[in-house]
Write a protein that binds this ligand. Structure first.
Ligand SMILES: [Zn+2]
Ligand SMILES: [Zn+2]
Length: 364
């Protein structure tokens, strides 16, 4: 099968033939139809998160089941599925306490033996997916079966970016109606935090970004205000929009320690800042005024992958989409044939676009 391999950090991917092994009893081979480019893919390729080489990136995938291991019962060949990087065993402490996204039983096939190149070297399926390839081999728990008819370019977005932004608001923070919310960074993840805030009944919903055009778009997704963090001090601007108090919730969807510091400063008393973005390893630690915790009862927390349960949240968002209460099509900036993947990555790295989607040669 063809795959786009990263052999050297910061260099274009190399499209070549790889061998993918057959599924073990609890594994499924999926023929990839569409893979969206996430910002962490760019970080992976640039080596910002470290990790081994060579690897195949891409973790927001939709496709059809090609082949199942002997013990797989949840899906069958031909089924349309969304692939997530989250796998869960259903039996460990975190799975049993309703947090399967923290499953302690990690599979190892992304590191060894799943993919091999022409020279017989192991190639890593990054994030247990490796979706910049015609096929992926995953654990059955990573799959969500979807109905026929949902187009694959839209479906793949639900593998990570959509659920991460939405789930931080709905699952992690559980924002109550009429809360004030700010979202720092309104790109492919942040727009989903905005949509989550709308679903929760938050008001105002303040989009904060350094790119003016993103603020305009955020309003189309439900933001009530936009703050251009390049033109004005975002902390003062957010306070100005909330009677001087600050907001009840801030969602930081950019991977930046500095942004978390700003989020803390723009919180109202008893407010909660949720760090959703993943800063590069080299980002300096954030320092916060410790006295304010006691004086204001502020909370700082994180949101990992939207704190989601795949089999509950993904069908839930699809249901909202189908009745017109959730925007997905509007999140796609461009569609690129697989052969043009490096162009698509470059365009995503430039930062101003939403999700670029890699389309593979097969009908949805
Ligand atoms: Zn992602
Ligand atoms: Zn588990």
């Amino acid at each position: 099968m063809k795959a786009a391999v990263c052999y050297e950090f910061g260099k274009p991917l190399v499209i070549e033939e790889l061998r993918i092994r057959d599924p073990r009893p609890d594994e499924v081979k999926v023929k990839v139809a569409a893979t969206a480019i996430c910002h962490s893919d760019i970080h992976d390729i640039n080596g910002d998160f470290g990790g081994g080489l060579p690897f195949v990136g891409g973790h927001e995938v939709a496709g059809r089941v090609q082949e199942t291991g002997a013990g797989v019962t949840a899906v069958a060949p031909g089924d349309p599925v969304i692939v997530s990087l989250l796998e869960s065993c259903g039996r460990c402490f975190y799975c049993m306490t309703g947090r399967p996204y923290f499953c302690e039983t990690k599979v190892t096939y992304d590191i060894r033996g799943t993919l091999t190149n022409q020279k017989g070297e192991d190639v890593i399926q990054k994030a247990r997916v490796g979706g910049f390839a015609e096929y992926v081999l995953v654990h059955e728990s990573q799959l969500v079966k979807i109905a026929d008819g949902l187009s694959m370019d839209v479906a793949c977005l639900l593998g990570c970016g959509v659920t991460t932004g939405f789930g931080a608001v709905v699952n992690r923070a559980k924002v109550p109606p009429m809360s004030s919310v700010a979202v720092i960074g309104v790109g492919g993840v942040g727009l989903n935090s905005v949509q989550g805030a709308v679903i929760c009944g938050a008001n105002p919903i303040i989009a904060v970004d350094i790119v003016g055009s993103k603020l305009t778009r955020a309003k189309e997704f439900g933001a009530t205000h936009g703050v251009d963090a390049k033109a004005a001090d975002p902390v003062a601007a957010v306070k100005g929009l909330t009677a001087g108090r600050g907001v009840d919730y801030v969602f930081v969807t950019v991977g930046s320690s500095a942004a978390l510091g700003q989020a803390f400063a723009m919180l109202a008393k008893r407010g909660t800042a949720v760090m959703v973005g993943l800063p590069p390893a080299a980002d300096p630690p954030v320092s916060l005024p410790a006295g304010e915790f006691a004086l204001t009862e502020k909370t700082v927390t994180g949101g990992f992958m939207g704190s989601i349960c795949l089999q509950v949240d993904i069908p839930g968002i699809i249901a909202l989409y189908k009745v017109g209460r959730y925007k997905l099509d509007e999140l796609i900036a461009g569609r690129y044939p697989f052969e043009h993947i490096n162009e698509a990555l470059q365009s995503s790295a430039a930062g101003e676009v939403l999700r670029n989607v890699i389309m593979f040669d097969q009908a949805a």
